[in-house]
Write a protein that binds this ligand. Structure first.
Ligand SMILES: O=C(O)[C@H](O)[C@@H](O)[C@H](O)[C@H](O)COP(=O)(O)O
Ligand code: SF4
Length: 617
């Protein structure tokens, strides 16, 4: 059968739009490979420093053509998802030696836990920490010692940042090494119920703390389908990790066997390996379109509508919200994982997981199957289910099966909805992203008077004072990348959820973000242009009748057009200081748009790339 015509046409549009930037990107990667810093081209002094502490690996590292894996690790104890990485480097060195290679930690990158900073000042550093991660990745790889790269990262800004940095060294074969989900604890729906009881004053802090600890109870990725697990999904569907490796639970024999298999494979695909596969060639327009299709089919985090365009641009590819919107109309939603459903990613993995999703999408001609992946057999390998060999030391693959639970994962012919979970809304307020997959049908259209805020804490106060006990469109503005770093406003979910449960029509509009774990309450997020940029969201006044409609794709103030046109935007508040926020003024000072990926690094990098043009030396 031939590929779906909409997928075909969106891909052609992306290729056409990216022609010049992609050509220049590949030329630069060729330059990196042929003339860039590498072990054979290091001076003796450089090399001696790099291997001084390498111990038994030193003789191998002295041989310039041997295979050396560079690890970028984002280990810390703040993210339960990254805590397992603490013991990965030593394991990876062992696995590399088994494959006739060596491995060194090239460098580390910071990782913020958005769960720790949610609702706190640190959340205003979150989005731009992605650029810091990308640049930290470049610092590590700039040592030039490596024939391939192992990226150790899972969560929100970390995987996008690692890929954005590694793509600037795209001549190097690269693989993401996942660490896997935490075992299931208190169900997410239960946790939200107790949070709502807490904001209603019906349970105390002790009960809430008990519930939170029962939910987040051990090492591994939080088990809702938020940004972290959406990252894992897109990296797997792009073929940048071993097949069926994203959702193997952390600290299990199969997880360790999969890490071993990953490193053995990485040695094979490395420069000087027998099957070289560079990151630059793997991440092409078709792989980016496949990632967008995976996001839509699984109802993933809205944050990927910012991260995927940024990752694409790091590879010279221009992907935008129109592309998402066109694909969304064509790609059915086939999974219901919290916040889109009741079950978590462990249940999703048990009933079929990524191999079943990929099989369903390929069978429906909704995925490009002719992309270069790190797995030798290409996309068909990603329809295979991984399991532990008899001796418990290696991974064996078998054909995947259809889902064993249609409440969590369905066949493409009987989807949860005929279109993907993400919509583009437009109107006199601007353009916004809306995740419909987690919203009940009756809430898809909300028309109510606006109540305008510039700080999420003021929303909580207004709720506590009973000022929101009505149909209301809550507008929280000056939350965009240039204003305050574009924080997630996920802490608003319990209070707005209580209002919705009481029967009020409630919606949120913001130029900020929501968490991938946010659901239930209709939210038009990432509004562009942002208020800080004088966007019309800055013109909304308390009492304006606002309509947020995912059915018609509209987001608008129902005001007299002349009066609306004549309105002056509200003035921006003073910048916030403290918790390091003033350090990020550098990033916020760049003219950024969420739709273009909101990366200060890429906005400024492209100025250099344009200045050099085709004169790459
Ligand atoms: O985008 C995301 O998926 C979120 O940032 C996620 O990483 C964060 O962990 C949630 O905010 C935690 O959920 P709770 O705040 O509900 O615990
Ligand atoms: S999923 Fe979110 S809360 Fe959980 S470890 Fe990752 S960043 Fe932290």
């Amino acid at each position: 059968m031939s590929l779906n015509s909409v997928v075909e046409s969106v891909t052609a549009r992306v290729i056409e739009r990216s022609k010049v930037s992609r050509r220049r990107y590949l030329a630069l990667m060729e330059r990196n490979r042929e003339k860039g810093v590498s072990r054979p081209r290091l001076a003796c002094g450089n090399l001696a420093h790099a291997i001084a502490a390498a111990g038994a690996d030193k003789p191998d590292l002295m041989r310039p053509l041997d295979k050396n894996i560079g690890m970028i690790t984002t280990y810390n104890d703040m993210l339960s998802a990254h805590q397992p990485y603490g013991h990965y480097p030593d394991q990876i060195k062992l696995f590399a030696r088994e494959a006739g290679a060596t491995a060194q930690v090239a460098g580390g990158a910071p990782a913020m836990c958005d769960g720790v900073t949610q609702g706190q000042e640190g959340m205003e550093l979150s989005l731009f920490s992605r650029d810091v991660i990308a640049m930290s990745t470049a610092v590590g790889l700039s040592h030039g010692m490596f024939n391939s790269v192992a990226l150790l990262g899972v969560c929100d800004k970390i995987v996008p940042g690692l890929l954005m940095g590694a793509l600037r060294f795209g001549h190097l074969p690269t693989m993401l090494i996942p660490a896997g989900p935490m075992t299931s604890g208190l169900p997410n729906k239960e946790k939200l119920k107790i949070r709502q009881l807490f904001v209603e004053g019906k349970v105390g802090k002790e009960k809430l703390m008990e519930a939170e600890n029962a939910s987040y109870h051990g090492p591994g990725t939080c088990t809702f389908y938020g940004t972290a697990n959406t990252n894992q999904m897109i990296v797997e569907i792009m073929g940048l990790m071993m097949p069926d490796s994203a959702f193997i639970p952390t600290n299990t024999p199969l997880r360790q066997a999969m890490t071993r298999a990953s490193i053995h494979r990485l040695a094979e695909i490395s420069i000087n390996g027998d099957d070289e596969r560079s990151l630059a060639k793997c991440v092409d327009e078709k792989a980016i379109v496949n990632a967008a299709i995976g996001l839509l089919a699984t109802g993933g985090s809205t944050n990927l509508t910012i991260h995927l365009p940024a990752i694409a641009r790091a590879a010279g590819i221009v992907f935008d919200w129109e592309d998402f919107s066109r694909l969304s109309a064509e790609v059915p939603l086939i999974t219901h994982v919290y916040p889109n459903g009741s079950e978590d990613v462990n249940a999703f993995n048990r009933v079929g997981g990524m191999p079943t999703v990929i099989s369903e999408l390929i069978d429906a001609d909704l995925l490009h199957t002719d992309i270069l992946t790190i797995s030798r057999g290409g996309m068909k390998d990603y329809t295979q289910r991984a399991s532990l060999s008899e001796d418990g030391k290696s991974v064996v693959y078998n054909p995947s099966k259809p889902s064993s639970d249609p409440n969590i994962l369905r066949g493409i012919k009987e989807p949860f909805s005929s279109d993907g979970g993400i919509k583009l809304l437009e109107g006199n307020i601007g353009r916004a992203i809306y995740k419909s997959s987690a919203i009940k049908e009756k809430h898809l259209t909300v028309e109510a008077p606006a109540r305008v805020f510039i700080d999420q804490k003021d929303v909580a106060t207004a709720y506590q004072n009973g000022e929101l006990e009505r149909d209301v469109v809550v507008v929280v503005r000056f939350q965009g990348p240039e204003a305050n770093g574009m924080p997630e406003l996920h802490k608003l979910t319990p209070a707005l959820g209580v209002l919705q449960d009481r029967g009020f029509n409630v919606a949120l509009i913001t130029d900020g973000r929501m968490s991938g774990a946010s659901g239930k309450v209709p939210a038009a997020v990432h509004v562009v242009p942002e208020a800080q940029d004088g966007g019309p969201i800055a013109k909304i006044k308390d009492g304006d009748i606002v309509r947020v409609c995912a059915v018609t794709g509209r987001i608008e103030v129902l005001a007299d057009p002349h009066e609306w046109e004549a309105r002056k935007p509200a003035q921006p508040p003073l910048p916030a200081l403290g918790t390091g926020r003033e350090m990020f003024a550098l990033m916020r000072s760049v003219h950024l748009s969420a739709e273009r990926g909101a990366s200060a690094m890429i906005e400024l990098m492209e100025k250099d790339l344009d200045a050099v043009g085709d004169n790459i030396q």
